[in-house]
Design a binder for this molecule. Structure first.
Ligand SMILES: Nc1ncnc2c1ncn2[C@@H]1O[C@H](COP(=O)(O)OP(=O)(O)OP(=O)(O)O)[C@@H](O)[C@H]1O
Ligand SMILES: [Mg+2]
Length: 177
């Protein structure tokens, strides 16, 4: 849910490319996550202010959910958080949590998360890399689009396939552990 907020921020910023990485490392006891986009970006000072829960550009609601919530989560879960942004270039968020910490939430239904981002804008190039230690699973909308030869990613069957493909890709890595 937190990640979806961050990904939707990238969609709203007009990103053409979004790269999401989730790396689970058992020895280090960490889950590292990063979201990189080439959207409109913002001044670094603004980016840092937005991480503070009392700032948002929204006028309909006083508190932005995405950045400050994720920062709060990483603080609670013995993690780290950093944001780098440049106007006109893009934004990169890198964070981590302690993997074995009791309050660290599970990574959740990533198939659903990726599906929601595609539904928000099917034209974005979205690349999702998941790794558990040395093993890696990659989902890339460009690869899928090539195979589909013009069929829309928004076709219900395709979306369902993507959902299952991602979730089974992730679970198959942990089964082999
Ligand atoms: N990837 C991004 N690219 C450019 N600007 C961003 C990005 N992510 C966040 N921002 C800026 O930071 C602000 C705060 O983001 P945040 O997600 O915390 O709250 P919000 O999007 O304003 O509100 P909410 O997420 O609750 O709908 C955004 O309004 C936007 O101006
Ligand atoms: Mg947001």
């Amino acid at each position: 849910m937190h990640l979806l907020e961050i990904l939707i921020n990238s969609v709203s910023a007009g990103a053409k490319n979004i790269f999401l990485k989730i790396f689970e490392k058992t020895k280090e006891d960490t889950i590292e996550m990063s979201v990189k986009d080439d959207g409109k970006g913002m001044d670094q000072a603004d980016a840092e202010r937005f991480v503070d829960p009392f700032h948002t550009t929204r006028t309909t609601r006083s508190i932005g959910l995405g950045l400050s919530f994720l920062k709060g989560l990483t603080d609670q879960c013995h993690g780290t958080f950093s944001i780098k942004s440049q106007k006109g270039i893009g934004t990169e968020i890198q964070c981590s949590v302690q993997r074995s910490f009791i309050d660290t939430p599970p990574i959740g239904d990533m198939g659903q998360t990726i599906m929601s981002v595609i539904q928000a804008n099917e034209n974005i190039h979205l690349r999702f890399e998941y790794a558990l230690n040395e093993k890696r699973f990659v989902f890339d909308t460009e690869d899928i689009k090539k195979q589909l030869e013009g069929v829309s990613l928004l076709e219900p069957n395709i979306l369902l396939w993507i959902h299952d493909y991602i979730n089974s890709g992730i679970t198959s890595l942990s089964k082999e552990e």
